[in-house]
Design a protein around this ligand. Structure first.
Ligand code: 26Y
Length: 818
């Protein structure tokens, strides 16, 4: 082992440098006298990985010895982004690594840029999992994350002539130093086949005879905590053809085809589904879900059995968290293992299941809830379908006793949805079996109780909780905004806020201090200049760092209303065009930045992207407008792009129609970085307002309680003239592509406008005008910016995780000694 002294790898620059050079020579197989930035990245990453492995081993051994109750976090998506900077910061060796590289003639920032993103997720839910893993490690909780090792992450967005095209993201092409393949940790996962009845020891029992077997192989991704030795595991499963199971032996003579058939098994973990909107009952998706659930549970049960021989202890050692309903087959799988394989008897197994599972939902709309066609489930997982039917039948009997023969309500609450196509409602299954269901903000939780899961709330009010989301300040300040990080620590006189974000409130008392304001402005200006450089390199558009940088970065969805933003920009453009030239100098210059991916099959979202480009083309080339207004679309928005954009943003938009954004987490990252918010009172924004006060943000739009009445009223009566005008500009081809944009305009007019853009347009423009006015008063703006950061402590994922640990999982920290 390189640089080994006293049992541990040393972290001084000289030892690190030696390790890097050794990895250049022996891992990357290049000459230590001649290697490039990418090879330096590989060698440094391997040196960091060695240190992660040490800590990881110690942590696992410590957990094994202490045998605490563990949290198993099951999620089909993790959006980790890059690992190098995050790892060296959490290990506390960032500066030493930078020194070591420097002496070799490399720059840390340039080397870190070589890394691609691990984008094994779609958006909010997936990035939340990543933030929560960081907090679990930092707070020393004995946790393991389980997921799928997709070969292709979320598609790369390529823009051609303003249209989105999707390209595969083969992120593993250049190797992945952050994972450790565990060829010996592998499990067989069964599919298809039949269920047969057998007598075992005089007892009748069910035996599932599968028709296909696929091997799941573990890839471990160490997750280091900050300021602790604890390094936890994110275990991702990859599918491999199974060698051990001969369904129809190779005797058919068709050896080549047999091998090819088996290789098809690998397709299970090939690609991430890029839709975060509507669930489609696709067989491959269901296979992915079961594959990862089955492998994870085999792993969990194996670990449990190593130390225990009685399943009655299971709930004391195991908490299973379902990240949305995507892993909810785990419920039926635990029942199957306990009843069919461990032979516990139905009632005993059921008691265990009801105490170990909790679930968090990230959805507001009933359409977003997963439903699996019964035919599909019955063919792929015949035994699980039987189990789910049995759970439902017992539940329905109990429910009849509780509520009588209210058939409407019974059919709404049934796990099985009757109809032309019968479906299994995964949310109902989760609600019946989990001890807790969590919302992701207070408003979301109210919506769950009063709308989405109203029937269940009335039955089991005690199951309903909420934990407002949070994000990790380690990645979103320390990694992505080092100069702001240094400034905060200097003024607070401590770095303790990196582990305790509540300490950020200490900045409040200096918010009006002229010196802090000056330094704060400087830091922000440098970040804006870096962003401006990137914009020019990417799009050729020159922007001034003196302008207000106004961003909306998130997945493209109608409910998130990027279209409202665009119509506002068109209005601003129209005003500039029509004003007296002499008045133009009063206009506050803006750079509007929009970034985000549309699901490949989501036509309207794709049209919004095209409209953004069409409008940008017009505005950015109009000499009347010059620096007063620029519009830039950031292609291929991902975690790394977010790390660049967020520190350089002045104003950010979180403008969903009230009642549609379950929480929103981008707002929290921007808030932490001192970016002001222009927002509707939706999701977690309601709680953000409580922390920073309405005066320190720009709030607008219909409130939650008004939305349904406004919709019922039909076409908005108070749609402002400006709204009709800007929609007409798009409709009549002012930006070209008249026919193409017709259906987009139709969503807004003629009785449509489900998301109430017309209704909210007037107050949106007022909020924008208030932002312009505030921006001119630099001192005031900077003070508000400081207050944003100072008020962001509550939105650390550390707080969220502490709440889950105490109120939902019942787990305690287990800190590995240094
Ligand atoms: C079933 C499939 C179609 C599906 C796949 C992904 C359904 C939903 C999703 C992802 C949902 C998601 O990301 N929801 C977001 O979760 C964030 C974290 O809780 C919230 O902040 C955000 O408001 C919510 O939209």
């Amino acid at each position: 082992m390189f640089g080994l002294m006293d049992g541990f790898l040393k972290n001084d620059p000289v030892s690190l440098q030696k390790d890097i050079l050794d990895h250049v020579e022996y891992t990357v197989a290049r000459s230590r006298f001649n290697f490039d930035d990418f090879e330096a990245y590989q060698a440094l990453s391997h040196s960091v990985r060695d240190r992660l492995i040490e800590r990881w081993h110690d942590t696992q051994q410590y957990f094994k010895r202490k045998d605490p109750k563990r949290l198993y976090f099951l999620s089909l998506e993790f959006l980790m982004g890059r690992s190098l900077s995050n790892s060296v910061i959490n290990l506390g060796i960032r500066d030493q690594c930078a020194d070591a590289l420097n002496q070799l003639g490399f720059e840390f920032e340039v080397v870190a840029e070589q890394e691609g993103d691990a984008a094994l997720g779609n958006g909010g839910l997936a990035r939340l999992s990543a933030c929560q893993m960081d907090s679990l490690a930092t707070l020393d909780f004995p946790a393991i994350g389980y997921g799928l090792r997709y070969q292709y992450g979320l598609f790369r967005q390529v823009i051609l002539d303003g249209f989105q095209h999707e390209q595969p993201d083969y992120w593993l092409n250049f190797g992945n130093p952050w994972e450790i393949e565990r060829v010996h940790v592998s499990y067989a996962v069964k599919f298809y086949g039949t269920v047969e009845e057998e007598f075992l020891n005089g007892e009748k029992c069910k035996v599932w005879v599968p028709g296909e077997m696929v091997e799941a192989v573990a890839y471990d991704n160490p997750i280091p905590g900050y300021g602790t030795r604890n390094t936890i595991n994110l275990r991702l499963w990859a599918a491999k053809p199974s060698g051990q199971y001969d369904m129809e032996s190779y005797n058919t003579g068709d050896y080549i085809n047999e091998v090819i058939n088996r290789q098809r098994a690998e397709t299970i973990s090939t690609v991430l589904y890029p839709d975060d909107r509507s669930y489609q009952g696709k067989e491959l998706r269901l296979k992915q879900q079961y594959f990862f659930v089955s492998a994870s549970l085999q792993d969990i049960i194996r670990r449990f059995k190593e130390a225990h021989n009685n399943f009655d202890d299971f709930p004391e050692k195991v908490a299973l968290q379902l990240n949305d309903t995507h892993p909810s087959l785990a419920i039926a799988e635990v029942m199957r293992v306990l009843v069919d394989e461990e032979r516990l008897g139905w009632n005993r197994a059921w008691d265990i299941v009801c105490t170990i599972f909790s679930f968090t939902t990230h959805t507001v709309l009933p359409e977003g809830l997963e439903k699996i066609p019964v035919d599909l489930l019955g063919s792929l997982l015949p035994r699980h379908l039987q189990i789910i039917y049995e759970i439902n039948s017992i539940f329905m009997d109990e429910l009849k006793k509780r509520i009588g023969l209210d058939y409407n309500r019974l059919s709404r609450m049934s796990i099985v949805e009757e109809g032309a196509i019968k479906n299994i409602r995964m949310a109902n299954l989760s609600l019946v079996c989990c001890h807790t269901v969590n919302g992701v903000s207070r408003v979301h939780s109210e919506l769950l109780k009063t709308r989405v899961f109203k029937d269940f709330y009335e039955l089991w009010p005690q199951k309903f909780q909420y934990k407002t989301n949070g994000v990790t300040q380690r990645r979103w300040i320390v990694v992505s905004n080092p100069s702001l990080c240094a400034l905060i620590s200097k003024w607070l006189g401590t770095e303790a806020w990196i582990r305790d974000a509540d300490l950020l409130t200490g900045l409040r008392e200096y918010a009006a201090d002229a010196i802090l304001q000056q330094e704060w402005k400087m830091v922000r200006k440098v970040n804006k200049m870096r962003l401006a450089e990137y914009i020019e390199a990417m799009s050729g558009v020159k922007v001034s760092a003196d302008a207000m940088f106004d961003v909306q970065i998130k997945r493209i969805h109608e409910y998130k209303r990027q279209l409202l933003n665009l119509l506002g920009i068109i209005h601003r453009y129209d005003c500039i065009k029509n004003m007296e030239k002499s008045n133009r100098r009063k206009v506050v210059p803006r750079v509007c930045i929009i970034g985000g991916k549309a699901a490949p099959g989501y036509e309207i979202a794709k049209k919004i992207i095209k409209l953004c480009h069409a409008v940008a083309e017009k505005i950015n080339n109009d000499s009347d407008v010059g620096d007063l207004l620029k519009l830039v679309f950031f292609p291929d928005y991902n975690v790394s792009v977010a790390e660049l954009v967020i520190p350089g943003s002045d104003l950010s938009q979180h403008i969903s129609t009230a009642g549609h954004e379950a929480s929103g987490t981008g707002s929290m990252k921007l808030l932490m970085n001192g970016c002001l918010l222009l927002a509707t009172a939706d999701g977690s924004t309601v709680e953000i307002i409580e922390e920073i006060g309405e005066d320190n943000m720009f709030l607008f739009g219909a409130k939650l309680h008004e939305v349904s009445a406004l919709r019922d009223k039909g076409p908005a009566t108070k749609v402002p003239l400006q709204f009709a005008r800007v929609v007409r500009m798009v409709r009549e081809g002012y930006f070209g592509f008249k026919d193409y944009f017709k259906s987009l305009c139709d969503t807004l007019e003629g009785g449509g406008d489900f998301y109430l853009l017309g209704n909210d347009f007037g107050s949106y423009l007022e909020a924008q005008a208030a932002a312009d006015k505030a921006f001119v008063d630099e001192e005031k703006w900077t003070q508000m910016s400081i207050l944003c950061t100072a008020s962001s402590g509550r939105f650390s994922s550390d707080r969220t995780i502490e709440e889950y640990a105490e109120k939902t999982w019942g787990i305690e920290p287990c800190k590995c000694p240094f």
